[in-house]
Structures are given as C-alpha cells and as structure tokens.
Design a protein around this ligand. Structure first.
Ligand code: X90
Length: 277
C-alpha cells in the first residue's frame, strides 16, 4: 500500500526522510498581510514585523481543500492535526477524509488529533515513519500510532502568552501574570488538548527546573525528547544538558519552531515533546 503522511505546520516539520510527507500550512494574519507557514517563511522577520503591528494579529487553520491536496495520491493516508482543543484544523482534516474516501473508495485516511502541537506532533510523525518502514498494514499502523500518542506528552516554557490571550486560547489572567518581567509560564498540554499552566517561574533557571520537574512527574524516564524553540537555542541546549545529566543515553534533538508555533509560543518560547512511561 502506498502511504502518505500529512501533518499541519504546527508540527514544525517541512519534510520527513523516508516517507511521502506533506506539511499543510496554517496562516498567520495581520491586517492585509498573510504569512504562509512553511519552509520559506522567515520567522524572525515575521516576529519583528508583528511586534510593530498595531492591530490584532491572528491565525487560520488549513482548509479542507488544502488537506486533500496534502493527501497526495496516498492509498493509506495518515493526517495529523494540531489539537482540536485550540484549532479547527482537525475538523477540516475529518471533512477532507470524507471527500477523499468518497472520491477514491479503495483508499483510506486515518485522521489523528494530536491534542498537542509542535514537538509532540513531530514524535508522532517519527513513529509513523518507523511503522511504515517496518512494512505494517494500515490498520496495524493506526492501532500502534494511537497507542504511541497516548504515551507522549508536551511541556512548555513561555515568556509571553499575549498572542494566545488575544486569540482566546488562554485566559487574560494568565497573560497578565506573564507580563511581569522575567516571569515564565511553565505548563503542559492537558488531556483535552488545551494549555494547562502550572508554574510561574522567575528567571530562566527556575523555568527550566520547573519544566524538568513536570516531565519527571509525568513519567519521563529517559525516552525521546524533541525540543522546539522560538529563537532560543541557548536555553534549548541548557535543557538538553540538564536532561542528559539525568538520563545520559536519552535521544534528545533540538529544532526551531515554524511560523504558527513561533507566533503563539512567542520569542524565547520552548516546546518540549517527550515520551512517558
Ligand atoms: O486554527 C488556528 O488558527 C490555530 C490556532 C492554534 C492555537 C494554539 C497554538 C499553540 C502553539 C503554544 C505552546 C503550548 C501549546 C499547548 C498545546 C495544547 C504553541
């Protein structure tokens, strides 16, 4: 069976080796300006422009047609979307599946609601690639990826939640607290796929300590970690070093956020996807 993988751009992946992979772009909107999230987007320039923008900036999820386009000519399609708790992307993917399967009765689409974003989605794509390389049947891949996604989690350290608050994705109360200089919000993705803020940490060191604590509390015992950062490689490296002290053999990789995650996680933000036991 010819497999394809389509993930929306909240996964921060432009391509993926070994699989027929497509990224389905979300959009960042500011007045007349539209930033299409993808390999060509200069996120630093976008953030600089947005910081000068006086109006309300927002985002838009992919359309049904864009999802269908990303399914390519897959006979077995896996479509992975940013959490349905914060975006309409998953719902668009479900509608795309209906149309695609009607047009091609011999093909199958499995829609996966990540209940997360960024690096936790990237972990799922890595697992899909492994399962496909192992030559498994569509139904086996579906069963195994759903089981795997139950065992991954997302933590975050954010220096600002202004854009999340302005777009109704966290309460203004939370946003106010982070506005105080040097305060970082440390939290996790909830079971429902929304932001669960847990700590207000003062300074980088305390932020990192709180994030590691939340990971360990959620049964991180040395599995894979994927850290996505918004122009903050030094702190991503510091987190990696701290985790390697605890688990020297852990497979930990660092990558930059794309446009959508940069917009919401904001300058300095860290997203941490990890395997839990
Ligand atoms: O449909 C749309 O316009 C996209 C809306 C996306 C809203 C939120 C994206 C959050 C990205 C923030 C860090 C932690 C996320 C926790 C996820 C449950 C980054």
């Amino acid at each position: 069976m010819r497999y394809t993988v389509a993930a929306d751009s909240a996964a921060n992946l432009c391509s993926f080796p070994g699989v027929a992979f497509s990224s389905v772009p979300l959009k960042i909107l500011a007045g007349d300006k539209e930033y299409l999230d993808g390999a060509e987007l200069d996120t630093a320039a976008m953030l600089a422009e947005l910081s000068q923008f006086k109006g309300k900036a927002g985002t838009a999820c992919p359309s049904v047609g864009e999802w269908i386009g990303a399914f390519g000519d897959g006979e077995g399609v896996f479509a992975l979307a940013i959490t349905s708790g914060l975006s309409g992307s998953y719902n668009a993917a479900l509608q795309a599946r209906e149309i695609y399967e009607e047009q091609h009765p011999d093909r199958k689409v499995c829609c996966l609601d990540s209940l997360s974003a960024g690096p936790e989605m990237a972990l799922a794509v890595e697992k899909l690639a492994e399962l496909m390389a192992a030559g498994l049947k569509f139904e086996e891949i579906e069963a195994q990826i759903r089981a795997y996604m139950q065992k991954t989690r997302l933590a975050f350290i954010l220096e600002s939640v202004d854009n999340l608050a302005k777009n109704g994705r966290v309460s203004h109360l939370v946003a106010k607290a982070v506005g105080i200089l040097g305060i970082r919000i440390v939290g996790v993705a909830s079971e429902e796929g929304t932001l669960q803020p847990l700590h207000k940490a003062r300074g980088e060191k305390k932020g990192l300590a709180a994030a590691v604590k939340e990971m360990v509390d959620r049964c991180y015992v040395g599995g894979k970690v994927r850290i996505h950062h918004v122009h903050n490689l030094p702190v991503a490296e510091a987190l990696k070093a701290r985790l390697l002290e605890l688990y020297p053999a852990a497979d930990i990789q660092i990558a930059p956020c794309g446009g959508l995650c940069s917009f919401y996680a904001e300058q300095g933000g860290l997203m941490i996807g990890f395997e839990s036991e």
